[in-house]
Structures are given as structure tokens and as C-alpha cells.
Write a protein that binds this ligand. Sequence first.
Ligand code: ADP
Ligand code: MG
Length: 367
Amino acid sequence: MKIVLQNLTKVFPARNKKLDKEVIAVNNFDLEIPDGKLIGLLGPSGCGKSTTLYMISGLQKPTSGKIFFGDNDVTELSTENRGVGLVFQNYALYPHMTVKQNILFPLQNLKGKDKLTKDQMLERALYAAKLVQIDDLMERKPSELSGGQQQRVAIARALVKFPRVLLLDEPLSNLDARLRLQTREEIRRIQKKTGITTVFVTHDQEEAMSISDMIVVMKLGVIQQVGKPQDVYDDPVNLFVAKFLGTPPINVFNGEVKGEKLYIDNNAVLDVKGISDQPVTVGIRPEGFILDENGPMVCKLNNVEVMGRDVSIVSTSEASVNPVIRSIINSDNKVAVNNETIRFSLKPHKVFVFNRETENRIYFEVK
Ligand code: ADP
Ligand code: MG
């Protein structure tokens, strides 16, 4: 089921006009979610991810704009009639019911032509439980399950009605690191197997990058960029997106363009054909540095951390906006640890130039 959001806006009015202002939680969203894909809605806390999800689900009414499922306008449709499965951060299971009863619950309220027999219900519940691999836990109560198992029950409960759309709001946030990894792979597996159009909300860029077919990066209710995770990482449209994606994060510098050359700390570090003279902000990915004793970029060496396959070099520079510069190079490279300075040349496609004021990307020709 394709989902289209058209000029979708949600404004929360001020409770007390003297004390607070209205909040534009979602601002003029235009987005097409292709059928059968997993989309990651990504952005810092408060950027409007949950509000967007709740509008897709019907739990919240948009202030303006429209929502389509396929060709149908569902903007005015109630949640029950939209055919969505919802999973929240806090699994929201009924504590007094067994796993089986929890999964069966959404089926017991079906009416009219959707009404199922007892056997059909049990069959469906077992199917959903098998899908998330909890079919051996059906008689337990939620309190007798781990966090990861509880979240699987919540996912089974969302899937049991065969929804057209699966909506997940930070479903992994309450799990510990290992379970988080495992459960996110599980969600990906289930999504691929069922082919159900899925919207996955998270503030964790690594999580979104690792499981999404497409990510939507948001800031203050406004879409910044939409694309395949790798494409957005490789080609961010502005400084916010460049900074939001990647671990270790991108290195940011104050720079200057003069005569189609990029200067950092008064050194011409890169040719930037096509950019006019101006002060700029520069982003360099950690993997964009090449160890080069004659390289144009000169930094003060702090320390060298060997991490198996890679070497992380920590250095500083007057022009760096971050307290330290982190560069990742292959461990085949020998780093002279005793030196006070370290020199790099740069990989042009790992260097992004931004307008100092607007923070929008300024493109240059990479030869
Ligand atoms: P996210 O899920 O990205 O953290 P939310 O969608 O929950 O963000 O919130 C977006 C903005 O809308 C925030 O500024 C939040 O305070 C505000 N907001 C969310 N829900 C309400 C509400 N029911 N009433 C007033 N403001 C709200
Ligand atoms: Mg939220």
C-alpha cells in the first residue's frame, strides 16, 4: 500500500497564549512512501516524528493537508478503519492477559464481514506469533518475558489483523544494546517477509540507516532530505543532515573559498571549481582524510587509537568547530605517534562545502 502525505501540517495551539506559543509540529509535509518499503523517519527529539506517525495512523487529525493510502483519501477515516498496525516504545501489553490473549485481543472486536470464528482467530494468532518467533511463549504473562520478547508480542499483536501499513514509534528504545540490534534485524526480516509498507520512527541515525529502504531526515517539523540511506550520507543537502548522519560524526571547520580553492587554517586544502569567493563551513567525513606527509591540511596531533582494522587519529586545528578532529584511516598506514603535527590530503567526494549563513550545500566539480 503506497502512502502519500500531501501538504500535511499539524499545529498544536498554545495552551496559554501569554505563557507559550503554538507549536508547528509538522510543517507542510510532502512525501510519497512506496508500496512494500520500510521508511525510516529520522530526526532529533521533538522534530515531529511521532506526530507524523499518529496522523498516518489516524490517532491525530492534521490541521491541514491530506493523507492517501493508495488512491483513497483516508484523512477523515478513523484509526479502526485505516487498517494500520501500531507498535510503541513501551510495549503497552495487557499485563493480566497471556501472550496468546494479548495477540488475540484485536481480533475479538472485529465486526460484520470482518468477524472471525474462534478457530480462524487462533490460526491467525499462531501465524503472527510464529512470524516473530514467540509461538512457544503463548501461555506466559508479559511480566514473565524479557523486553525483547514483549516487544515481539507487541509486533505480533500489530500484525494479527493483517494491516495494510505497519507503524513503529521508537520500538527499540527500551531494549539494551544487543537486543536492540537483534530486534531491528528481526523487524527487517518480518517486513521483508510480509512485504507490508512500514514506517519506522527513530532518533538513532545508525538504526534508521541500517534497516530502512529510504530515510526521511526531519528538523523542527520540516523534511530536510529523503533518499536511500547511503545516498543521503554521501550527498547531504545541508549541514544539519551532514552532521546528523554518521559515526564518528562529520568534522566541521570554518573555511574560506578564494580563487576556487578551499582554505582551512590559511592552507589551500582542495580545489573547489565553481564556488565563488566567500567564507564557508566545511564538513569532512572521518574517512575523507588521507595520511600524507606532504598533504596540505596540517593539524596538531593529539593521539592515535588503533581499533583493529582501522586507526582513528585524533587531532585539533584552530579552524575546527568541533573540539577535536576524528579521522579514520586503514591500519596498514603507519602513524608516527611522536610527531606534534600531522598532515593530510583530502578525498574530494568526502568534503562538503556549506554556505556559512544558510548552511545549505554549495556544490563544486569533483574531477
Ligand atoms: P518527536 O516524536 O520527533 O520527538 P513529537 O511529534 O512528539 O516529536 O513532537 C513535535 C513537537 O510537537 C514538539 O515540540 C512537541 O512538544 C509538540 N507536541 C507534541 N504533541 C503535543 C500535544 N499533544 N500538545 C502540544 N504540543 C505537542
Ligand atoms: Mg516521538
